[in-house]
Design a protein around this ligand. Structure first.
Ligand code: C5P
Length: 222
């Protein structure tokens, strides 16, 4: 039986994971958060005291690390050498370091293999930066989800505020712009819209509107 794959790419903070998680639930697909894998890799380097700027050391350590994915109640769990690190990968520092290790060929090769193997055995909705271009070039539906950097910074600021964390919206926007620049300008698998991807700008849409739009596109195509 054919597996269906939906690819969602886009810059940091565009709402990819919230949207993809919701669609996965509605369609009863598996949601694969590929950013979490790069984050787990970065966390491992940080814990080992390896500078993520040192490509040789990162590549060497990467070959010894085992990253696996499991699901508990439909929620993705990332394991680093058997330890569930899902709760430790969300902070900004890990995100920044993930964006650095994601530049390296050895790291990307390992992550892409894992992602492709997950998609080969199930219906998946996968989000990231290179899903439509590299990981699942034959995906049944490709979405490039974006929003203005101001909107993305505001959403992040609000999310932090709801957790009781005070932050500066301009600093958040600067970080977002910097991370996008890094992701779009790297040599291997840069962030870009696949030629056959549908562009969805969520700046003026609610989460439900984006979800409905993508589900409609999927039903039209598949
Ligand atoms: O999406 P998230 O913010 O969790 O991703 C963290 C970082 O991992 C991104 O900034 C990007 O550099 C990298 N990444 C990537 N390719 C993916 C997913 C994430 O390069 N498919």
């Amino acid at each position: 039986m054919k597996n269906y794959n939906i690819a969602i790419d886009g810059p940091a903070g565009a709402g990819k994971s919230t949207i993809a998680k919701n669609i996965a639930k509605k369609l009863q697909y598996i949601y694969v958060d590929t950013g979490a894998m790069y984050r787990a890799m970065a966390l491992s380097m940080m814990r080992q005291g390896i500078s993520t700027e040192n490509e040789e050391a990162v590549s060497k350590a990467c070959s010894l690390i085992k990253i696996t994915i499991e699901y508990i109640d439909g929620l993705q769990q990332v394991k680093l050498n058997g330890e569930n690190v899902t709760a430790f990968i969300r902070d900004e520092e890990v995100g920044k370091n993930a964006s650095v290790v994601a530049r390296y060929n050895t790291v990307r090769k390992k992550m892409v293999e894992l992602q492709q193997s997950l998609a080969s055995s199930s219906n998946v909705i996968m989000d990231g930066r290179d899903i439509g271009t590299v990981v699942l070039p034959s995906a049944d539906l490709k979405i490039f989800l974006t929003a203005s950097s101001k909107t993305r910074a505001f959403r992040r600021w609000k999310e932090l505020e709801e957790k009781g964390i005070l932050s500066n919206i301009d600093d958040i926007e600067a970080d977002i712009i910097n991370r996008d620049r890094q992701d779009m300008n790297r040599e291997i698998s840069p962030l870009r819209q696949a030629e056959d991807a549908v562009l969805v700008d969520s700046s003026n849409l609610t989460i439900d509107e984006v979800i409905d739009k993508i589900i409609l596109l999927f039903k039209e195509k598949c």
